[in-house]
Design a protein around this ligand. Sequence first.
Ligand code: HEC
Length: 127
Amino acid sequence: MKNEWNLKRVFIIFGLGLFIASCVSNVEEERMVIEPAEEGEVVDPNMAPVISFADDVKPIIDARCVVCHSPATRSIFPNLRNFEEVKARAERVSTRVGNGTMPQGGPLPNAQMQLIVDWVSQGALDN
Ligand code: HEC
Protein backbone atom coordinates (compact mmCIF):
# COMPACT_ATOMS: atom_id res chain seq x y z
CA MET A 1 0.00 0.00 0.00
CA LYS A 2 2.78 2.40 0.94
CA ASN A 3 4.81 1.39 -2.12
CA GLU A 4 1.82 1.91 -4.39
CA TRP A 5 1.43 5.52 -3.09
CA ASN A 6 5.12 6.19 -3.67
CA LEU A 7 4.72 4.95 -7.23
CA LYS A 8 1.78 7.34 -7.77
CA ARG A 9 3.88 10.24 -6.51
CA VAL A 10 6.62 9.34 -8.91
CA PHE A 11 4.12 9.41 -11.77
CA ILE A 12 2.62 12.73 -10.67
CA ILE A 13 6.02 14.36 -10.39
CA PHE A 14 7.10 12.90 -13.72
CA GLY A 15 3.87 14.17 -15.32
CA LEU A 16 4.35 17.64 -13.89
CA GLY A 17 7.90 17.65 -15.18
CA LEU A 18 6.72 16.79 -18.68
CA PHE A 19 4.05 19.48 -18.53
CA ILE A 20 6.55 22.16 -17.49
CA ALA A 21 9.06 21.01 -20.08
CA SER A 22 6.43 21.28 -22.83
CA CYS A 23 5.53 24.81 -21.71
CA VAL A 24 9.15 25.87 -21.88
CA SER A 25 9.63 24.41 -25.33
CA ASN A 26 6.42 26.10 -26.55
CA VAL A 27 7.77 29.46 -25.46
CA GLU A 28 10.92 28.82 -27.43
CA GLU A 29 8.97 27.89 -30.55
CA GLU A 30 6.91 31.08 -30.26
CA ARG A 31 10.04 33.13 -29.89
CA MET A 32 11.44 31.63 -33.08
CA VAL A 33 8.36 32.72 -35.04
CA ILE A 34 8.19 36.22 -33.57
CA GLU A 35 11.85 37.19 -33.85
CA PRO A 36 11.96 38.20 -37.53
CA ALA A 37 8.93 40.49 -37.07
CA GLU A 38 10.70 42.24 -34.21
CA GLU A 39 13.60 42.96 -36.51
CA GLY A 40 11.17 44.55 -38.95
CA GLU A 41 11.87 42.03 -41.71
CA VAL A 42 8.53 40.23 -41.84
CA VAL A 43 5.24 41.83 -40.82
CA ASP A 44 2.54 41.10 -43.40
CA PRO A 45 0.31 38.10 -42.71
CA ASN A 46 1.27 36.76 -46.15
CA MET A 47 4.92 37.26 -45.24
CA ALA A 48 5.74 39.88 -47.91
CA PRO A 49 8.91 41.72 -46.96
CA VAL A 50 8.24 45.32 -45.92
CA ILE A 51 10.04 47.84 -48.12
CA SER A 52 11.69 50.72 -46.30
CA PHE A 53 11.66 54.21 -47.83
CA ALA A 54 14.90 55.24 -46.14
CA ASP A 55 16.84 52.01 -46.71
CA ASP A 56 15.45 50.71 -50.01
CA VAL A 57 13.67 53.40 -52.02
CA LYS A 58 15.48 56.68 -51.30
CA PRO A 59 18.92 55.42 -52.34
CA ILE A 60 17.52 54.39 -55.74
CA ILE A 61 15.71 57.70 -56.26
CA ASP A 62 18.77 59.69 -55.19
CA ALA A 63 20.94 57.76 -57.62
CA ARG A 64 18.55 57.55 -60.57
CA CYS A 65 15.90 60.30 -60.41
CA VAL A 66 17.11 63.39 -58.56
CA VAL A 67 19.58 64.19 -61.32
CA CYS A 68 16.56 65.43 -63.29
CA HIS A 69 13.85 65.84 -60.66
CA SER A 70 15.36 68.61 -58.54
CA PRO A 71 15.53 72.39 -58.92
CA ALA A 72 19.23 72.17 -58.11
CA THR A 73 19.85 70.19 -61.30
CA ARG A 74 17.58 69.90 -64.33
CA SER A 75 14.46 71.03 -62.44
CA ILE A 76 12.02 68.68 -64.12
CA PHE A 77 8.68 68.52 -62.31
CA PRO A 78 7.98 66.79 -59.94
CA ASN A 79 10.81 67.26 -57.46
CA LEU A 80 11.75 63.93 -55.89
CA ARG A 81 14.27 65.06 -53.28
CA ASN A 82 12.69 63.72 -50.11
CA PHE A 83 9.87 61.61 -48.67
CA GLU A 84 7.18 64.32 -48.91
CA GLU A 85 7.90 65.01 -52.57
CA VAL A 86 7.97 61.33 -53.52
CA LYS A 87 4.88 60.58 -51.45
CA ALA A 88 2.94 63.37 -53.18
CA ARG A 89 3.49 61.59 -56.56
CA ALA A 90 3.76 58.03 -55.30
CA GLU A 91 1.21 56.53 -57.71
CA ARG A 92 2.81 58.23 -60.74
CA VAL A 93 6.27 57.20 -59.58
CA SER A 94 5.06 53.60 -59.33
CA THR A 95 3.41 53.71 -62.75
CA ARG A 96 6.33 55.32 -64.57
CA VAL A 97 8.95 53.14 -62.90
CA GLY A 98 6.80 50.03 -63.32
CA ASN A 99 6.24 50.58 -67.07
CA GLY A 100 9.90 51.42 -67.62
CA THR A 101 9.37 55.01 -68.87
CA MET A 102 11.26 56.42 -65.82
CA PRO A 103 14.09 56.97 -65.37
CA GLN A 104 14.20 58.55 -68.81
CA GLY A 105 16.84 56.79 -70.88
CA GLY A 106 16.27 53.23 -69.67
CA PRO A 107 14.31 51.27 -67.07
CA LEU A 108 15.62 50.32 -63.62
CA PRO A 109 16.91 46.79 -63.04
CA ASN A 110 13.96 44.51 -62.17
CA ALA A 111 14.83 44.21 -58.48
CA GLN A 112 14.94 48.00 -57.99
CA MET A 113 11.77 48.47 -60.02
CA GLN A 114 10.02 45.89 -57.83
CA LEU A 115 11.17 47.62 -54.61
CA ILE A 116 9.64 50.94 -55.66
CA VAL A 117 6.38 49.43 -56.94
CA ASP A 118 6.01 47.31 -53.78
CA TRP A 119 6.79 50.26 -51.51
CA VAL A 120 3.97 52.27 -53.12
CA SER A 121 1.54 49.34 -52.96
CA GLN A 122 2.37 48.95 -49.27
CA GLY A 123 1.07 52.49 -48.74
CA ALA A 124 4.19 54.60 -49.54
CA LEU A 125 5.15 54.76 -45.86
CA ASP A 126 7.83 56.96 -44.31
CA ASN A 127 9.56 53.94 -42.83
C1 HEC B 1 17.18 62.11 -67.63
C2 HEC B 1 16.22 62.85 -66.84
C3 HEC B 1 15.23 62.06 -66.00
C4 HEC B 1 15.49 61.11 -65.07
C5 HEC B 1 16.83 60.51 -64.67
C6 HEC B 1 14.22 60.76 -64.49
N1 HEC B 1 13.22 61.48 -65.05
FE1 HEC B 1 11.23 61.46 -64.52
N2 HEC B 1 10.85 62.89 -65.96
C7 HEC B 1 11.77 63.40 -66.85
C8 HEC B 1 11.08 64.26 -67.81
C9 HEC B 1 11.72 65.01 -68.97
C10 HEC B 1 9.71 64.26 -67.43
C11 HEC B 1 8.54 64.98 -68.13
C12 HEC B 1 8.13 64.24 -69.38
C13 HEC B 1 7.44 62.94 -69.10
O1 HEC B 1 6.50 62.89 -68.32
O2 HEC B 1 7.89 61.93 -69.65
C14 HEC B 1 9.60 63.40 -66.27
C15 HEC B 1 8.44 63.16 -65.60
C16 HEC B 1 8.31 62.35 -64.47
C17 HEC B 1 7.11 62.22 -63.69
C18 HEC B 1 5.83 63.04 -63.89
C19 HEC B 1 5.05 62.61 -65.06
C20 HEC B 1 3.96 61.65 -64.66
O3 HEC B 1 3.86 60.60 -65.32
O4 HEC B 1 3.22 61.89 -63.69
C21 HEC B 1 7.37 61.31 -62.71
C22 HEC B 1 6.42 60.83 -61.63
C23 HEC B 1 8.75 60.88 -62.89
N3 HEC B 1 9.30 61.53 -63.97
C24 HEC B 1 9.38 59.96 -62.09
C25 HEC B 1 10.72 59.62 -62.20
C26 HEC B 1 11.38 58.66 -61.36
C27 HEC B 1 10.72 57.89 -60.23
C28 HEC B 1 12.68 58.59 -61.77
C29 HEC B 1 13.77 57.70 -61.23
C30 HEC B 1 13.47 56.29 -61.17
C31 HEC B 1 12.84 59.55 -62.85
N4 HEC B 1 11.63 60.13 -63.10
C32 HEC B 1 14.05 59.80 -63.50
C33 HEC B 1 13.13 63.19 -66.84
C34 HEC B 1 13.79 62.30 -66.00
